[in-house]
Design a protein around this ligand. Structure first.
Ligand SMILES: Cc1ncc(C[n+]2csc(CCOP(=O)(O)OP(=O)(O)O)c2C)c(N)n1
Ligand code: SF4
Ligand SMILES: [Mg+2]
Length: 395
């Protein structure tokens, strides 16, 4: 697909993909030749993390595949704000599925492409409700069959498009329209909900990663890396929603950063069920710094401070930090990156599909593009910023 020239109006700042950085650190978004996958004119709220995330994700996927991507989109804010019929803001081949069947539709698209002998890749995307709730059976099936699809979940912790109802990804204590801040335990309950990245890992698919819209270079790099794998891949992205979270639109990136730096949202990568990298936290911030910026947690601070609930949330963050080693500098185990252990004989299939445990380092950039050996995922571009030493560790 032809690239759309992008005009940059800001100068002298680090905005628009940090384009004033050294060439070796530039991101896809800093390139005026990028696809501009989700262009202007859509109707997302100001400061929508989902719009920001989708633009970066698809531009990165297009860049690494040479523009050979078809996108499948579940129903939700991303679909609704981008495609009010007969208009669209998508500059990529884009297909709207139902609320709950994006993984199945993506599987079908991929099967059709395979039957035609096409090397076009498939990226499916949806909100947390469409992913962890109504679409979960389809997603689990897609994982279990190891279909060659990258699925991206934009997690804003609720059914935002229909009025901020609770989803299986709504965090504890958060107020939504169906978990009101009333009663003995106001807001969403503790002890429920789904940890989708860990459930995806339990399927032992080739690649699972989490990211936030606060670290877009990391997010771009993970999308690009995901496209070097064949088989099912899952990216779970934290995308603040100013409307649903009751936050300032200017705080979207700040809140996403605090989610990661508090430990409430662990940022990591996993291959074939094993964690391979974590995004280290330079300075752990108390969860309170994250909570206070959002009115969905206002009941924790007013009319009286709820120390018990705040402590429970802090404990959840501390547990993540311990579980993923987000602060520790000791490498637990040196995994052989990209070299999964294969056990048992592969089943006989009547059509050729990539073996479950086989990482095929080939994209339309040509054979041999292997990010594990060559951390330069973007075709014809300077390499993406790599992890800062000491910031991201192999464990
Ligand atoms: C079968 C079905 N049930 C309900 C709906 C209404 N519906 C559309 S989008 C949506 C919520 C989407 O939530 P999520 O997937 O988290 O995406 P978000 O809007 O938060 O980005 C709902 C309930 C629908 N379209 N189809
Ligand atoms: S309601 Fe939330 S997710 Fe939907 S467009 Fe607005 S900010 Fe984005
Ligand atoms: Mg949602």
């Amino acid at each position: 697909m032809a690239a759309t020239p992008v005009k940059f109006y800001q100068v002298g700042s680090f905005a628009v993909g940090n384009r004033l950085l050294e060439s070796g650190q530039l991101s896809v978004q800093s390139d005026p030749g990028r696809t501009n996958a989700l262009t202007s004119g859509h109707r997302a709220c100001q400061g929508c993390g989902e719009a920001l995330g989708a633009r970066y994700a698809l531009d990165a996927a297009m860049a690494v595949t040479g523009g050979r991507v078809i996108t499948v989109n579940a129903t939700g804010c991303l679909e609704v704000f981008s495609t009010p019929y007969p208009e669209t803001s998508w500059r990529v081949p884009w297909l709207h599925s139902l609320f709950g069947n994006a993984p199945a539709v993506a599987t079908g698209v991929q099967a059709a492409l395979r039957a035609k002998g096409s090397d076009v890749r498939v990226v499916a995307q949806g909100g947390d409700g469409g992913t962890v709730d109504i679409g979960f059976a389809c997603l689990s099936g897609m994982f279990e069959r190891n279909d060659d699809v990258l699925y991206i979940c934009y997690d804003n912790g609720g059914y935002m498009n229909t009025g901020v109802q609770r989803s299986g990804a709504t965090p504890p204590a958060a107020r939504t329209s169906t978990t009101q801040a009333v009663g003995e335990h106001p807001g969403n309950v503790f002890g429920q909900g789904k940890d989708a990245p860990r459930i995806a890992m339990a399927h032992e698919i080739p690649y699972v990663a989490t990211a936030t819209v606060a670290d877009l270079a990391d997010f771009e790099a993970k999308v690009a890396k995901a496209m070097t794998f064949r088989g099912a891949r899952y990216l779970h992205v934290m995308v603040p929603c100013p409307l649903g979270w009751g936050s300032a639109s200017s705080h979207t990136v700040r809140i996403a950063r605090l989610a990661a730096e508090s430990g409430l949202f662990p940022v990591f990568e996993a291959e074939h069920g094993e964690v391979t990298h974590v995004r280290r936290i330079r300075r752990q911030v108390p969860v309170e710094e994250y909570l206070r910026l959002q009115r969905r947690y206002a009941h924790l601070f007013s009319p009286v401070r709820d120390d018990v609930t705040i402590a429970r949330l802090q404990a959840a963050a501390d547990r993540n930090i311990a579980r993923y080693g987000l602060l520790e500098d000791t490498a637990v185990a040196e995994l052989s990156y990209g070299e999964p252990v294969v056990t048992g004989a592969a089943p006989t299939l009547d059509f050729p599909v990539p073996a479950r445990d086989h990482h095929v380092p080939s994209t339309s950039a040509g054979p041999g593009l292997d990010l594990h050996e060559r951390p330069d995922p973007l075709i014809g571009r300077p390499p993406l910023p790599g992890p800062t030493p000491g910031d991201q560790e192999t464990i």
